[in-house]
Design a protein around this ligand. Structure first.
Ligand SMILES: Cc1cc2nc3c(=O)[nH]c(=O)nc-3n(C[C@H](O)[C@H](O)[C@H](O)COP(=O)(O)OP(=O)(O)OC[C@H]3O[C@@H](n4cnc5c(N)ncnc54)[C@H](O)[C@@H]3O)c2cc1C
Length: 318
């Protein structure tokens, strides 16, 4: 047997991988199999979104870590011999992918942003960022299965289709783990998650002092949006939490509107706003690279422009 296998921690990530997985499967004339942890309630949903087979992993005991599934998945892969194994590039996903690749004696292409299959020679070309996002590297893996981790939100979630049929198969329970989970608690975050925000106003190093962030906050509030920042603002000045840093080493946002205030637009930042629908920039340097990535640009001093924008938005609202 062969096929495209998918493992992700969440329903949404699984559906994202199903959209690229189904594309690859139809190109290669093969099927898609999805791992489901414990809850069989969503198996039909996965089938409707493109899975031909749902492999149900027995729910773990409270003290078992997620990687307890590794021996079960590896044993299944050794028997079924999948062509491609897609795993969501979360912290735990990347850990599991690396350990599975070692067990299956195959390579691993980490943090991919694109995949192409050639139906003739069945090679898979994978794309990932290199040199801190300045270049895109194309990787071809000659061992099998081709293992890939894919950055969450790279692909749109697969849509439900009516009348799809698939099979559901239960896998053996995970053996006792070498490590034990002592406690689970939500990660403490200092800031709101802006990765799904509809409007993001980003503070760049054009902001001269911490108090002046109020200009950014005021515009964000007028627009009903959230504030984000570039890395120097969070990591060098520590004016805003790291959770708000947008870019290759921070978060990716995909708002309907992004406004950069005093942001130069280096590639490491632009990588995080590629999926914004409309990009606007205010920068006093007409040659700032951000204008090359913007739909609308204002060459001017943000200390002059930002309050005017805030007032204009407030006046529009009446
Ligand atoms: C491995 C690596 C990873 C990185 N990851 C990230 C990342 O995830 N996110 C990120 O943001 N950066 C990241 N960086 C840093 C990145 O390369 C840039 O240094 C950073 O994005 C620049 O931030 P900035 O635009 O705020 O500052 P600057 O590049 O200093 O730009 C400030 C801009 O403000 C303008 N300006 C100044 N005063 C005013 C004013 N009064 N009015 C209007 N405009 C004004 C200037 O003309 C300038 O264009 C990374 C770098 C490396 C090497």
């Amino acid at each position: 047997m062969a096929g495209i296998w998918i493992f992700a921690e969440s329903l949404e990530q699984t559906k994202e991988l199903l959209s690229i997985g189904s594309t690859l499967a139809s190109k290669l004339g093969t099927m898609t199999s999805v791992f489901l942890q414990g809850n069989t309630g969503v198996a039909d949903d996965y089938i409707a979104c493109g899975a031909d087979e749902v492999l149900v992993l027995t729910a773990l005991a409270e003290d078992q870590p997620l990687d307890a599934y590794i021996p079960v998945i590896a044993a299944e892969a050794q028997t079924a011999d999948p062509d491609i194994f897609l795993i969501a590039a979360t912290v735990r996903g990347k850990d599991i992918a690396a350990r599975l690749a070692a067990r299956l004696k195959t390579g691993l292409c980490s943090e991919c942003i694109g995949l192409k299959a050639d139906e003739n020679d069945r090679t898979i070309e994978m794309e990932r960022f290199a040199y801190g996002g300045a270049a895109i590297q194309t990787v071809v893996c000659s061992t099998r299965p081709v293992m890939v981790t894919i950055i969450p939100r790279t692909f749109e979630a697969a849509a439900r289709q009516s009348d799809r049929k698939g099979t559901i198969r239960e896998l053996p329970a995970a053996p006792p783990s070498a490590s034990t989970v002592l406690e689970r608690k939500p990660k403490e975050t200092e800031a709101k998650d802006i990765s799904e925000s509809r409007i993001v106003v980003c503070a760049g190093r054009g902001i001269e002092k911490k108090e002046d962030l109020s200009l950014v906050q005021e515009l964000a509030a007028a627009l009903g949006g959230e504030i984000g920042c570039t890395r120097p603002i969070s990591e060098e000045s520590h004016w805003l939490p790291e959770d708000l840093c947008i870019g290759i080493s921070g978060i990716s946002v995909k708002p309907a509107l992004y406004i950069g205030l005093g942001v130069s637009g280096q590639v490491q930042h632009i990588t995080g706003i590629r999926d914004a629908k409309v990009i606007c920039a205010v920068n006093k340097d007409e040659n700032a690279p951000i204008f090359g990535a913007s739909d609308y640009g204002i060459v001017g001093d943000l200390y002059d422009v930002a309050p005017k924008l805030s007032d204009a938005v407030k006046n529009m609202k009446g």
